[in-house]
Design a protein around this ligand. Structure first.
Ligand code: FNR
Length: 182
């Protein structure tokens, strides 16, 4: 049976690395796993007082999140943490607590950087929130991609080599993780 994973991007810049990496990972997914982007860029900033008249973007996001089986986070690091846009989506999905869209959904996290650290800080700040939200996150392989530009060729395709092989293994492990229920 086909499973669906929400692709949640930490940056949605049209020509950005996050989008390129997210697209590449979706293409590497095994045939029984559909990876579809769920838009987070248009979500009004979380504020409890907006809850009684739920903004339509929040309602759209929450409904789309409830319909997926799993979560694939792809994020850069902003100031040693996750971008505010992604944290905002997490906060919106977590509320109201009894209707959290996150609980129990198997997840995987891929972080990257143009520099050397691979977004390690963002990756682990994200994992910290996911523990609290009762999201079982794939442990291995961990994905902290440094020098992200080296992973892609001029046509924005993944170059063959150890980086691509790691990402293939990652998507297979994610698929098995979802099948196990996380
Ligand atoms: C960054 N960047 C960055 N990189 C990093 O490795 N560690 C960091 O703490 C930060 N902090 C940071 C803050 C802010 C506000 C910006 C805009 C950028 C660089 C970041 O990783 C890089 O711009 C990515 O390419 C962003 O992803 P997209 O937009 O290319 O998808």
């Amino acid at each position: 049976m086909t499973k669906t994973a929400a692709l949640l991007l930490g940056s949605t810049r049209a020509s950005g690395w996050t989008r390129k990496l997210g697209r590449a990972l979706a293409l590497l997914a095994p045939p029984d796993l559909e990876v579809r982007e769920i838009v987070v860029a248009d979500l009004p900033l979380y504020h409890e007082e907006l809850e009684p008249r739920e903004p339509p973007e929040w309602a759209r996001f929450r409904a789309e999140m409830r319909a997926v089986d799993a979560l694939l986070f792809v994020t850069p690091e902003y100031n040693r943490s996750i971008p505010a846009m992604l944290k905002n989506a997490i906060d919106i999905g977590s509320s109201p607590e009894e209707h959290s869209v996150w609980s129990g959904k198997p997840a995987a996290v891929a972080s990257f950087s143009p520099g050397m650290l691979g977004g390690f800080g963002a990756n682990h700040h994200l994992r910290q929130a996911l523990v609290f939200l009762d999201v079982p996150v794939l442990q291995q392989p961990e994905i902290y991609l440094s020098q992200i530009d080296r992973l892609f060729d001029e046509e924005e395709r993944l170059r063959d080599g150890p980086g691509k092989e790691l990402l293939v293994t990652f998507m297979q492990a994610f698929d098995s993780w979802i099948a196990l229920g996380g």
